[in-house]
Design a protein around this ligand. Structure first.
Ligand code: MG
Length: 397
């Protein structure tokens, strides 16, 4: 057995020398969805309709590929021109080379599309070694507590149309095992409404009691005074954090808000600039908890830099968004990240049915409110290739 493993390790080592990227491709497939988008891009329940998803594939010289559901055909074409012939294990020079495109043409390499390339490279590295990405990153834990993260408010009866609706849904989520709950309250065209935000937070706190961790992600375009008014109200309700109540481009406004609140502020989430921006927020005191999502910063590689940056400052780093790659980052964290964001959830939407291309859920929540870190090689997704083939719109190109 030992000899066999040593021979296999030798084989992998030999295969890993002289590797090159041979192609970067995308395909598209259809699926049925019950989530629509409002004018600002927020998800809400909608009648069943057809959506098209895109998958990115990085091909290599040994016939082993890395995959990521996401990306764009245009970005894949740009990346193909730039990194074919490079070693797929050299994620650092690849990431920097692609990221530098953003300087003169940000749209050619948006962070969420750069993330598709980087995550597909991590998927490849995991498949090459037979290990999940978090173990290649040093590992730390096999499960993570989840919180239920709601969709934004709406006007749907029994949906998220009133403070009572948020409270009722919170009770449902807690009964399922969640130990935390985050409200996304009313945004355009259903809000904003400062008083109604506060009423919803109070209704949820009253419904779930003092032990459940509660977070708020309100309208992102409040003024300083509105953000302070909201923050002061929910710090009295023992909320765990508030995120993005103002446009994140004004770092000074966040410094001011942190100085005026006991309530922890979490961010930045959507501000551009990857780990560079997060470093500035930390040293300026613009947040109490940092925030990183693989789509916000361009992949697993830069997300881990934020994680390590936070560790050096004894600062927690809460992960934005769900999915396999974010779970791999959470699995690789030593100290900073506490919870997994499961969502976005809504009383009228079957969350699991929205990803029919996965044979098994990537983020099932157990009765204690924990989500396991995927253990399959790479990103650990169990992709249903038959489903994709049956619903193919455009094959690999
Ligand atoms: Mg948010």
């Amino acid at each position: 057995m030992t000899d066999t493993l040593a021979a296999a390790a030798e084989q992998i080592g030999a295969a890993a020398r002289g590797l090159t990227i041979t192609d970067i491709q995308t395909l598209t497939f259809n699926y049925q969805s019950c989530v629509g988008r409002d004018d600002e891009g927020h998800g809400h329940p909608a009648p069943a309709h057809t959506k098209t998803a895109l998958m990115t594939r990085v091909r290599t010289s040994i016939g082993l590929d890395g995959y990521f559901v996401g990306g764009s055909a245009e970005t894949a074409a740009t990346a193909k021109r730039m990194i074919v012939g490079m070693d797929p294990l050299l994620r650092e020079p690849i990431w920097h080379k692609l990221q530098q495109v953003q300087r003169l043409d940000p749209r050619a390499m948006l962070d969420r599309y750069l993330a598709a390339i980087d995550c597909a490279l991590w998927d490849f590295a995991g498949k090459l070694t037979g290990l999940p990405a978090h173990r290649l990153l040093g590992g730390s834990r096999e499960k993570v507590p989840a919180y239920a993260s709601t969709m934004c408010g709406d006007d749907i009866p029994g949906g998220l149309g009133s403070p009572e609706d948020y409270a009722n849904f919170a009770k449902t989520c807690v009964a399922q095992g969640y130990k935390g709950y985050k409200l996304h309250t009313w945004m355009s065209p259903y809000g904003p409404d400062l008083k109604r935000d506060i009423a919803a937070c109070q209704a949820v706190r009253d419904a779930v009691g003092p032990e459940i961790k509660l977070m708020l992600d309100p309208n992102h375009h409040y003024s300083r005074q509105e953000a302070l008014y909201l923050g002061r109200a929910i710090e009295e309700m023992d909320f765990y954090w508030m995120e993005e109540p103002m446009d994140e481009h004004s770092t000074s406004s966040y410094v001011w808000l942190c100085e005026n609140l006991r309530l922890p502020i979490c961010g930045p989430e959507t501000a551009e600039g990857q780990f560079y921006t997060r470093a500035e927020w930390i040293v300026r005191g613009a947040a109490d908890l940092s925030r990183v999502g693989i789509s916000d910063v361009g992949g697993i590689s830069p997300a881990m830099k934020v994680v390590h940056l936070c560790e050096a400052f004894h600062m927690r780093c809460e992960v934005h968004g769900g999915g396999a790659a974010n779970l791999q980052v959470l699995g690789a964290m030593g100290i900073p990240g506490e919870m997994y964001e499961k969502g976005l959830l809504h009383p009228h939407v079957d969350f699991e049915a929205e990803k029919p291309w996965l044979k098994t859920s990537i983020d099932p929540v157990d009765s204690d409110g924990n989500v396991p870190i995927p253990q399959g090689p790479g990103l650990g997704e169990d992709i249903d290739w038959d489903f994709i083939k049956d619903n193919l719109v455009r094959d690999w190109a």
